[in-house]
Design a protein around this ligand. Sequence first.
Ligand code: ADP
Ligand code: ZN
Length: 729
Amino acid sequence: MYIVKVLIEHPVHSLDTTFDYLYDKQLLVGIRVSIMFNKQRLIGYVESIEETSLTKEQLEQQSGFRYQYIESIIDEEPLFNEELQQLAIQLSKLTLSPRISCLQAMLPTQLKPSSHQATGIKMITIVCVLHGGIPKTAKQKECLDFLMEHSSLALKDIPFSKGVVDKLVEQGFVEYQQREQYRKPSIASLQKEKHVVLTQEQQCVVDSIMKKEERVSLIHGVTGSGKTEVYLALTAKILKQGKTVIMLVPEISLTPMMVDIFKQRFDDQVAILHARLSQGEKYDEYRRIKRQEVKIVVGARSAIFAPLENIGLIILDEEHDGSYKQDSKPRYLTSQIAKIRAKNHHARVVLGSATPSLESYSRAKKGVYDLYTLDKRINKKPLPEVVLVDMVDEMKKRNYTMFSTLLRQKIQETIDRGEQVILLLNKRGYASYVRCQDCGEVIKCPHCDVTLTYHKDEQRLKCHYCEYQIPFPHSCPDCRGTRLKTIGFGTQKIEEDIEKTIQGAKVIRYDVDTTRNKNGHLKLLDCFKNKEGNILLGTQMIAKGLDFENVTFVGVLDADMSLNIPDFRSSERTFQLLCQVSGRSGRGKKTGTVIIQTYNPDHYAIQAAAHHDYLSFYDNEMLYRQKGKYPPYCHMVSVIIQSKRESLVHQSSTHIKEYLENHIHQGIVLGPAKSGIYKMQDIYRERILIKFINTKEVYQALEVMNDYYNKQQKGKVTVVCDFNPYTQI
Ligand code: ADP
Ligand code: ZN
């Protein structure tokens, strides 16, 4: 008999303790099992096993506790190797989240196969030759000779009837084996394979990074400076050393091209992990990695946990991107995990960006990271010319539309020349919100503290924070007035405007709504590539990674949208977004232009973006961060207190604030304040913000607080710690 300690994933409580179950056979640590807990069937991880000579009755007598048996075994082999099991423990400590949630986060999204049936593994029958000899009939001999030439083949590929092969099996010459067939994710083919000889600058970066193991390097390279080719060259070198590579990109939908390029260059050695794969595809890709059948994993954030062995290189492309921060339990920062894994494997970390985060760039300046700069585009192609249009002037000219005269003119000129346009508007839907002209009431989501967004094609109002949606109302829910007006502009409305006012415009709208279907984003990009449309209109999804040589003009409709978000990173994000989207213009033979429309043409973030001047942005922003005591001048942790009962939230947050103030002496405790969106999905949220230097002291205080609320006060109030918070929502 064995006593098995099982770590349980509980749907409601944040449990982080193990429970004892019995099993009559030896089990492997790290596999998942199905068990009953409080009359519920749950999945747990085997954490340790202990053999005992006692019977169930003796054990129960000894402990005064009723034991249950493990119901069934889910995995044949452990999901995580020793390194990843240790990593889960580290991750749990770093983020103050339950170990079970860390283990879950390390698997591809919602990958919880309970049986082969559930994941639909396609089994195929293989015929394997055991030995030669002389079968009973001539036909059988012919078949065996054929098989001998191939040693093993799929049954369906053999040019003999199954009856003949069956006879060979009966006589013991060959046998059937069942093998799994992998589902292969489809990829785009937006890029032609190029044969590229690295420039001297690129070669220097590659050589220098290869010289040092265990270092973090930051490649600051303007858009189109050939960073991707550097990643590819580094990858090839690491593979030659017999090591493996993790290549991370911001949420994959944004950079379908990167996956494409790696697949083309390294073919079968690449596995892809990203949210858009089907469950089955994810499971298959994961197993290919687990079995060490691939050498490279390309994927979004969670691919940092890919169960590769012997890692030589971890790359984070667009390292500044917000999607590298996970905003649900466990709230980790991908670069932090990359550094831990790199250390475990003596590997290199490469961070690349045209607009590095302030944190990374300041580390590079201090020499904590190695800094490499690629400040010219390939072939010395100039960066596009950027024109700022002051929208206040447009209003003075009584132009109240979203298009300045110049922008309209440029779009028209570009498409008249047969070239293509990218337009950025960071707002999906048709209009921002709906207001009653009689009482002034704005229609809001009853579950969240936000306005509903009008989606014209479906004639519905939708909440962008929960699933709530309603048909467009006939009258105001408040005063019953019937004069409802849509206010603000979304991508859908702009699409309609352009098609009405610009001759020959064929708009392809690229946002969450139009790319929701599987591979929907690839289809749209393919259409644009094939010139089925001449204007690609989208949210920030279009700002990154796209490389279309016929795009010579980029327009930003409202640069201030991201600037006005109350967050200390809003200038940084605006600068990054503007640089990224500008970088889409003039990547081919022709030079590009960019127009940025703004109400703040003098703002340093907008000025610096217009002049492609990262360093001036960096200097200005560092001053602001220093004055306001923001990262990188300190660390930050946001403590989120949430409950369905409003009164409990405030009571607890006041109490927590007092506790933290008494226990943190080298830091500032701010708040509590209501979250950016106070009510979300019927849960009320307040926040306490801590700015600190002494990490140890803060962790100690938060651990105690976290334990108290999540263990003693189970369920009523939840407290979440968010280190390096990226959102105030
Ligand atoms: P980044 O990732 O820095 O934006 P890319 O790697 O996408 O830049 O390079 C921009 C373009 O230049 C791509 O079309 C790429 O194929 C091309 N390119 C990169 N390096 C070279 C090179 N050494 N020789 C010729 N073309 C190159
Ligand atoms: Zn809602």
